[in-house]
Design a binder for this molecule. Structure first.
Ligand code: KIV
Ligand code: ZN
Length: 386
C-alpha cells in the first residue's frame, strides 16, 4: 500500500446497523455487501458474530460472497467472542478479527472495575488469541478519544507486540475537537514503539457533528484507515459518513490522499442503504441528500445556468447524480423559469418571459414548488400563445 492510499473500512452493517429499529436481515446484508465490494471499500465489517445467531449467519454468508474486500467481524476481548468470530469468518478470502477493550478511565474503573495494567494484559491476550486464527487482527481502544495519550501509547505498544496489524483509535463518544484528535494520532505515530508495523485507523462518532472533520484530521496526521458508514448512519448521532470523507479527499487533490472508491456509485448505494433500513436521509445531507445539487434561489440559479461551478464544487455525475436540479419556487428568477420552460418545450422571447414570469410569481406564492405540469398551466394562463 502506498503512503498516499487511505483504506476505507465500511461498518454500515455493524456500527451502522446499531441504529434503533433498523435491523437488516441476511439477504439485505448480502445485497449491501455486494455493492460495497463493487464500490471498492477495502474492509467490510460484516457484524458482531457472537451477538446473535442471525449476526453469525450474516457474517458467514457475507464471507462466502465478498470477492475483493477484507471481511471483518467484531469481538470483545473475550476468548469465546474471538473463537466464534473466527468460525463465522472461515469462508472469507481475507478475514480480519476486530477485537478490543475500553481504555479510558471511565471504562476501566466503571465498566470493568479493573486497573490500567490489567487492561493492557487483557488487550494483548485477546490479540494473541485472535492471531492464532487469522493473520489480520485489528485492535480497538474503545473511548480512545477520552483516554490519556501516554496510557493509550502503552496499550498500542503492547497490542502491536502481540501482533495487531491495525490500531483503531475510536472517538467513541464523539467528544474530541479536530485538532485534539489529530494531535492524538500524531502523538501515537511519534511515541509508540513499533508503530510502523501497524496502520492507525480513525473511528469517529458524530455526537458534536465533528466525525468527518476528526477523521480527516486523523489522516492528515498519519492515520491510514477511516472507519465509516454509508449516509453516516450509526449509534446515536452516527459515524463518519463514507461519502463525505471520500469526496473530501477527491476534491482536495493537494492533500495527496487517495482511495479505491468508485465515487459514481455513491448516490445509488446511499439510496439502497436508506431504503433497506427505512431511514430517510435528510434532504440537506452532504453529497447524497436530495438537495445536495438543487438550486432554488434566483441568484444561485442564474449563476449555475451560466456556469455550474459558480455554486457547485462537485460535478453531480461524479457521485452518480444525473444532473443538478433547478427548483422553481417563489424565490426563483427569470433565468430559472426560462431554463425549465425550455426543458418542457417553450422557447420564450424576452417579452413573453416577462409576461409568464408575472403569472409564475402569483402561482408560486400559492405552492411550495412549481413542477413541470404547472409550467404548462402558467403558460396557458399567460395567454402568450393565441
Ligand atoms: O465506537 C466504538 O468505539 C466502536 C468500537 C466497538 C470499535 O464502535
Ligand atoms: Zn463506533
Amino acid at each position: 500500500m502506498s503512503n498516499t492510499q487511505i483504506q476505507i473500512f465500511d461498518t454500515t452493517l455493524r456500527d451502522g446497523e446499531q441504529v434503533p429499529g433498523c435491523k437488516l436481515n441476511t439477504p439485505q446484508k448480502i445485497i449491501i455487501s455486494k455493492q460495497l465490494d463493487l464500490l471498492g471499500v477495502d474492509v467490510i465489517e460484516a457484524g458482531f458474530p457472537v451477538s446473535s445467531p442471525g449476526d453469525f449467519k450474516s457474517v458467514e454468508e457475507i464471507s462466502k460472497i465478498v470477492k475483493n474486500a477484507t471481511v471483518c467481524g467484531l469481538t470483545r476481548s473475550v476468548e469465546n467472542d474471538i473463537k466464534v468470530a473466527a468460525e463465522a469468518l472461515k469462508y472469507a478470502k481475507k478475514p480480519r478479527i476486530h477485537t478490543g477493550i475500553g481504555t479510558s478511565d471511565s471504562h476501566i474503573v466503571h465498566k470493568f472495575k479493573s486497573n490500567k495494567d490489567a487492561i493492557i494484559e487483557r488487550a494483548a491476550r485477546a490479540v494473541s488469541y485472535a492471531k492464532s486464527f487469522v493473520d489480520d487482527v485489528e485492535f480497538y481502544a474503545e473511548d480512545a478519544g477520552r483516554t490519556d495519550n501516554e496510557y493509550l501509547a502503552r496499550v498500542c505498544e503492547a497490542v502491536i507486540k502481540a501482533g495487531a496489524t491495525v490500531l483503531n483509535i475510536p472517538d467513541t463518544t464523539g467528544y474530541c475537537l479536530p485538532h485534539e484528535y489529530g494531535a492524538k494520532i500524531k502523538y501515537l505515530k511519534e511515541n509508540v514503539k513499533g508503530i510502523d508495523k501497524a496502520i492507525i485507523s480513525c473511528h469517529c462518532h458524530n455526537d458534536l457533528g465533528l466525525a468527518t472533520a476528526n477523521s480527516i484530521e486523523g489522516i492528515i496526521n498519519g492515520a491510514r484507515q477511516i472507519e465509516c458508514t454509508i449516509n453516516g448512519i450509526g449509534e446515536r448521532a452516527g459515524n463518519t459518513a463514507l461519502e463525505e470523507v471520500v469526496m473530501i479527499m477527491k476534491q482536495h487533490p493537494y492533500l495527496n490522499l487517495d482511495t479505491n472508491i468508485n465515487t459514481q456509485m455513491l448516490y445509488g448505494i446511499s439510496q439502497l442503504v436508506s431504503e433497506s433500513m427505512g431511514i430517510y436521509t435528510q434532504p440537506n445531507k452532504a453529497i447524497v441528500g436530495a438537495n445536495a445539487f438543487a438550486h432554488s434561489s434566483g441568484i444561485h440559479q442564474d449563476g449555475v445556468i451560466k456556469n455550474r461551478e459558480t455554486y457547485e464544487i462537485i460535478d453531480p455525475k461524479d457521485v452518480g447524480v444525473t444532473e443538478s436540479a433547478i427548483v422553481l419556487t417563489a424565490r426563483s428568477g427569470r433565468a430559472a423559469l426560462a431554463y425549465r420552460a425550455k426543458n418542457v418545450g417553450y422557447e420564450l422571447t424576452k417579452l413573453e418571459l416577462d409576461i409568464v414570469y408575472a403569472e409564475f410569481l402569483n402561482f408560486a406564492d400559492t405552492k411550495k414548488e412549481v413542477i413541470d405540469s404547472d409550467i404548462h398551466e402558467i403558460i396557458e394562463i399567460s395567454k402568450i400563445y393565441k
